[in-house]
Design a protein around this ligand. Structure first.
Ligand SMILES: Cc1ncc(COP(=O)(O)O)c(C=O)c1O
Length: 347
């Protein structure tokens, strides 16, 4: 049986779009050299990388852009290279594992604040003055699907702190033009803002990008180890992301309508907040999560079963993929809600 995919982060369903795939191949064909295999600092930097970086930077209102092999590497690059002696990094406790891993290289230069808690962050910014204060947050949190509180952006302004904003789950999902959390809140980009995101989710490809001021990007190019000592990102994946990005731009209003319809369904019929395309449905135990997942598979649905210790409470993580019709989404959510009945059917 083919399962309906409500588990992967292919929010807009672009990874299945053959027309866009063929367009990316055509775009690649314009170049004689397809894919130099070396670091970007040797000869791995391809014109397609540059075209993509410029287009992303302009669209999102940043001075410069940089392609990176993956979102995982982008977080390591940023955090390991940017937080220098005398600086302090203030990281949300639910920041992605890649950022947490990189922060472990920094010793006492890292301060963790309570998830999305503006007051706790304020107290910690006060208690830990530094040459530069750098705040790391996600636009949409990957497990809870909640948005970064706007108050954190306001606080960063007040303290003249830099911000690293991981838009892995918000770019392509929130904002009128689907540009992410900065656009959603109407925040004017300044030289202290850094945005990173992956191309492996809404953008339907693979790879990642960092957008920032010219100074920050040129610092990263010369200092960040995952950029210097790693083969340049796959040219085809960047070409595909480029084609997909332009497609999202052209179709943002129809995508927005579909997103809104799904969010309304969750709010109205299931009485849950739904600001993104991730719906976390809490489960009583890891074992129950697995049972529910198996039951859903029998009904033709694939949903992520996220268990402890990855999250503090086990959950079914439902992705409201825009390719999946509303009645099917309603059906899955209702099945999970009544998970006890479902697990008894399995037994
Ligand atoms: C919030 C967040 N940041 C970064 C990443 C890593 O991105 P990539 O898959 O491109 O390595 C992920 C997940 O993949 C993520 O959920």
């Amino acid at each position: 049986m083919t399962l309906l995919d409500l588990a992967s982060n292919d929010y807009l369903g672009l990874s299945r779009n053959k027309k866009l795939f063929k367009k990316a191949i055509k775009f690649m064909d314009e170049y004689t050299i397809k894919s130099p295999k070396a670091s970007m600092l040797v000869n791995g930097y391809h014109p397609i990388h540059r075209i993509f970086e410029r287009e992303m930077a302009e669209e999102h209102g940043f001075e410069e852009g940089l392609v990176v092999g993956s979102g995982f590497l982008a977080n390591i690059a940023l955090i390991e290279s940017l937080v220098r002696k005398g600086d302090r990094l203030f990281m949300d406790e639910e920041y992605h594992a890649s950022g947490v891993m990189a922060s472990q290289l920094l010793g006492d230069r890292v301060v963790i604040f309570k998830h999305n808690d503006v007051e706790d962050l304020k107290a910690k910014l006060e208690a830990h003055p530094a040459k530069r204060q750098i705040i790391a947050v996600e636009g949409v949190y990957s497990m809870g699907g909640d948005l970064c509180a706007k108050g954190i952006f306001t606080l960063a302004e007040a303290y003249k702190a830099m911000m690293i904003v991981d838009e892995a789950h918000s770019a392509g999902v929130v904002g009128l033009k689907l540009l992410g959390i900065f656009e959603y809140y109407g925040i004017k980009i300044n030289e202290r803002h850094i945005k990173m995101g992956t191309l492996g989710k809404a953008y339907g490809s693979y790879g990642a990008y960092i957008l920032a001021s010219e100074i920050v990007i040129s610092f990263l190019v010369n200092r960040a180890k995952p950029i210097i000592y790693s083969t340049a990102p796959s040219v085809f994946d960047i070409a595909l992301a480029y084609v997909n990005m332009k497609h999202i731009r052209k179709n943002s209003s129809s995508y927005n309508q579909k997103i809104l319809a799904r969010q309304m369904l969750v709010r109205r019929e299931f009485d849950m907040p739904c600001p993104s395309l991730i719906v976390p449905m809490l489960m009583p135990s890891n074992a129950q999560t697995q049972l529910v997942q198996e039951g859903l598979m029998e009904q033709g649905y694939l949903v992520g079963a996220i268990r402890q210790p990855t999250v503090s409470q086990a959950m079914m993580r439902v992705i409201l993929n825009l390719e999946i019709p509303l009645p099917k989404i309603r059906h899955v959510l209702a099945l999970i809600k009544h998970n006890t009945e479902l697990s008894s059917i399995i037994r």
